[in-house]
Design a protein around this ligand. Structure first.
Ligand code: CA
Length: 286
């Protein structure tokens, strides 16, 4: 059964070591309410860990409710659903979309509420399953290199991909908050899903655009390499976005996989040596 980790930081047992986790959210320096939501869930009976960040959109209380609802529905559907991780992620996000639409249709005050979502599901077979809608992001730090794993579903990101706008100009473009896909907009939803290999030592960062809209990838990379302790890293990322103006809600969620230890390496080497010696003996006897 899925268990919500109520603390803002922590660690859970993980195949071959301990997965270190930290999450933080901040209202920022300008807004009065925080419409971001996040959650991390350890699905002990499946050997999976789920990470979700959602960035709510819409006036009144709508944005807050949409993002919180998305995180809750994700936890339930991923924990209780059937099928491969990528199938469960697709079904869970589709269900979250329906829940938000239903809630908005029942209450005029919530009409027009929507949310982005980015999810990471780590399984015990060393795979990372990623799904997203909107402009919340997943980054991965591997061997000191930072990669953006998700592609923003936003107007400026599309213009940058088409070569119409430079990445630098996109950061200042007045249309930078326009997302092209979100949960709660229409019944049909297009979800990007991918399954990738996870390696020991990988660090994953999920964030809302209040982080990556304020500090660029070079600064995110610097902070990820400077701070290996997730709780310290989360605080440093929030602080950097606030220092840069903090004109939006800021959320980051970090999952750091245990680094490879020397024991499995030695065990693998010993196994290879035994196999080579055995094959030499067999050849000598033949
Ligand atoms: Ca935002």
């Amino acid at each position: 059964m899925a268990t919500f980790s109520p603390t803002e930081q922590g660690s859970v047992a993980w195949t071959g070591g301990t997965l270190r986790i930290a999450g933080a959210t901040d209202v920022g320096c300008v807004r009065s309410i925080n419409q971001d939501a996040y959650g991390h869930f350890h699905l002990a009976d499946r050997g999976e860990s789920l990470f979700v960040v959602a960035d709510g959109l819409g006036g009144h209380q709508g944005g807050e409710i949409a993002s919180q609802l998305a995180v809750e529905v994700l936890e339930k559907w991923i924990g209780e659903g059937e099928g491969e991780p990528s199938i469960r992620l697709t079904r869970a996000i589709t269900a979250a979309n329906q829940s938000i639409l239903t809630a908005a249709r029942r209450d005029d005050q919530l009409s027009g509420m929507a949310t982005t979502i980015v999810c990471l599901l780590l399984d015990e077979n060393g795979r990372s399953h990623v799904a997203h809608v909107g402009d919340s992001r997943l980054y991965r730090l591997r061997d000191g290199r930072l990669s953006g794993i998700t592609e923003d579903h936003s107007l400026v990101a599309t213009l940058v991909r088409e070569g119409v706008l430079s990445a630098e100009d996109a950061r200042e473009d007045p249309r930078r908050n326009q997302v092209l896909r979100a949960l709660g907009v229409r019944d049909e939803i297009q979800i990007d899903v991918a399954s990738l290999e996870s390696l020991p030592g990988d660090t994953y960062l999920l964030c809302s655009d209040g982080l990556n809209g304020l500090i660029d990838d070079d600064e995110i990379h610097n902070l990820l390499t400077q701070h290996s302790e997730p709780t310290v890293l989360a605080a440093a990322l929030i602080d950097a976005a606030r220092q840069a103006g903090g004109n939006d809600n800021i959320t980051c969620l970090i999952a750091s996989l245990p680094a490879p230890t020397i024991f499995p390496v030695l065990r693998a080497r010993a196994a290879r040596l035994i196999a080579a010696t055995r094959s030499l003996f067999q050849k000598a006897r033949a």
